[in-house]
Design a protein around this ligand. Sequence first.
Ligand SMILES: [Zn+2]
Length: 107
Amino acid sequence: MMDITKVNMDLFCEKCNEDTIHVITYAGQKVIKAYCTKCHKEFHTNKDAALAAYTDEVINRIKTKPRRVKAELQSHPVKSVISMPARLITKFFRIEKEYKNIKKELE
Ligand SMILES: [Zn+2]
């Protein structure tokens, strides 16, 4: 049986036009949906996106081009997040958080 995990994440909602709390639902390592808690818009991963998340190309892109991934996350945050494997999302966002903390310390 697959573990269902729900994680709250601040993401830019295209409908609300601001950062809102999204509930990201995982089944194992696969993201199955993202849900905006403000406008209640729900995004589902399509089969292709879920499969793409497991390809080496996606994993390499995230590892080797974090800036490009960051840009994608900024322009299409929900779509980008739902096409990534869960462990990469947590990894990426942990890195972002660490970066922000470092930046804060420098200011
Ligand atoms: Zn919204």
